[in-house]
Design a protein around this ligand. Structure first.
Ligand code: FAD
Length: 395
């Protein structure tokens, strides 16, 4: 990490210490006071030049690439509210990236600029209840061209943040006769378009208000202008890959912060709490947990930094992203679980952040592709490289 990123990271750390951690109990309530506080924190982050570190100045942010963003997220991600305070929360961060990459000038002016400025929110609407989300080639939502408009019909769920959002980016079949990966397109749909119905679905570990909702969305005869198409017709999967790759690594970056916070709580409690004639820190089982957690967290950090570095170089880093997505999800859950265990019953209460962290972490093994699919992607690609005679290199 260069001195400039180190110095910037210390500024984020100071902001978190002063403004985010002390306010977590209020933010967790997700009521009117919490909303007012979020707005205040966002105003401060803007004033201090810490706003939107996920995209570069050309898209309205302060970002300096993926590697730098990974380092910053080790700090930002420690609190569940960190990314929201700095305007880089999912799914808006990923949506901003694809609007920046594929949006027309009009789309950028209408959607990207206010999105990055934090004036409105968005959602990404791909998964459907009736078909496997792990294998999205079977998605059924359709968008049919009628003159200058698309007419969209379909049923989605787990569209995160849809409640209160201004628009969604919807994956829909526009080319039904093409091969599976060329059938879909992505279309920007304003939520005030007639025929859009949004209803939150409560999810384990997510309180579910506005930004933290995961919604069922029905599209019934929804008409939007033809120019709301993002990129070209049939490019939906290619764009999704561009979006979900970075989106996955954004999650992992945030998890690095969560793991490290849980680890610190684990170690602190192990030193403080005494049982059977001495501190828990002297018990071999606890020492093994600490050693294993330290090794696994560092492995996640290095895998993430490696993937981020490759993305900055222009590489899609498909294997690296899948590798870190399933491995970090496992480490995240295990480290938090060890920290809960060391706290005993206290770990199950709201008197430490661990209970909320544990509940929220479980979804990490499913959203943006379940573990099993990422492991399949990794092994298939590596085996293909061997079958083609190239073998696999880790550098
Ligand atoms: C908190 C949260 C937020 C989300 N946000 C969004 C969002 O904003 N937008 C959006 O479009 N979607 C979102 N999703 C949906 C998410 O991406 C899907 O849930 C995920 O892709 C899995 O799809 P599915 O739930 O349909 O599971 P299914 O496809 O039904 O799979 C079920 C299980 O089958 C197993 N499985 C599947 N394939 C294989 C295989 N090849 N080998 C072995 N086992 C396999 C896995 O264990 C998997 O968990 C979100 C989900 C969650 C939990």
């Amino acid at each position: 990490m260069g001195d400039d990123i180190h110095e910037l990271r210390e500024r984020y750390r100071a902001f978190m210490d002063e403004h985010v951690y002390p306010n977590e109990p209020v933010l967790d309530r997700e009521d009117g006071d919490a909303e007012a506080l979020v707005q205040e924190l966002r105003g401060r982050a803007k004033a201090e030049g810490l706003w939107a570190p996920h995209v570069g100045p050309e898209a309205g942010g302060t970002g300096r690439g993926f590697l730098a963003y990974a380092h910053l997220n080790e700090v930002i991600g420690r609190a569940l509210w960190g990314q929201l305070a700095f305007g880089c929360q999912a799914p808006d961060a990923g949506n901003a990236e694809i609007l920046h990459m594929y949006g027309s000038d009009d789309q950028k002016e209408r959607w990207l600029r206010p999105l990055v400025a934090g004036e409105l929110r968005s959602f990404f609407s791909m998964t459907e209840p009736e078909v496997s989300g792990a294998d999205p080639t079977g998605l059924r939502t359709t968008a049919i061209r009628d003159g200058d408009e698309w007419v969209i019909d379909g049923h989605k769920w787990f569209s995160s943040g849809a409640e209160g959002a201004a628009f969604g980016i919807v994956m829909a079949v526009t080319e039904p006769d093409e091969q599976p990966h060329r059938r879909m397109s992505q279309i920007v749909v304003p939520t005030d378009a007639p025929g859009v119905e949004i209803a939150p679905v409560p999810v384990l570990g997510h309180r579910g208000r506005g930004w933290t909702t995961h919604c069922e969305v029905r599209y019934t005869g929804v008409r939007v202008p033809f120019e709301n198409l993002l990129g070209e017709r049939g490019e939906g999967f290619r764009i999704a890959q561009k979006r979900l790759g970075p989106g996955r690594i954004h999650h992992v970056m945030r998890w690095l912060g969560q793991m490290q916070r849980a680890f610190e709580l684990l170690c602190t409690r192990a030193l403080e709490r005494e049982a059977f004639g001495g501190p828990l820190a002297e018990k071999e089982t606890i020492q093994n947990w600490i050693a294993d957690s330290a090794a696994e967290i560092q492995a996640c950090r290095l895998l993430t930094l490696d993937a981020a570095h490759k993305i900055d170089r222009g590489d899609e880093a498909r294997v690296e992203i899948s590798l870190i997505k399933f491995y970090a999800a496992r480490v995240l859950n295990e480290v938090i679980d060890r920290a809960v265990q060391v706290h005993g019953a206290l770990g199950l209460t709201q008197r430490t952040p661990l209970a909320s962290m544990a509940l929220a972490a479980r979804g990490g093994r499913i959203y943006d592709g379940p573990d099993e699919v990422h492991r399949m992607v990794v092994s298939r690609r590596i085996l293909r490289a061997f079958a083609e005679g190239d073998g696999w290199r880790f550098d």
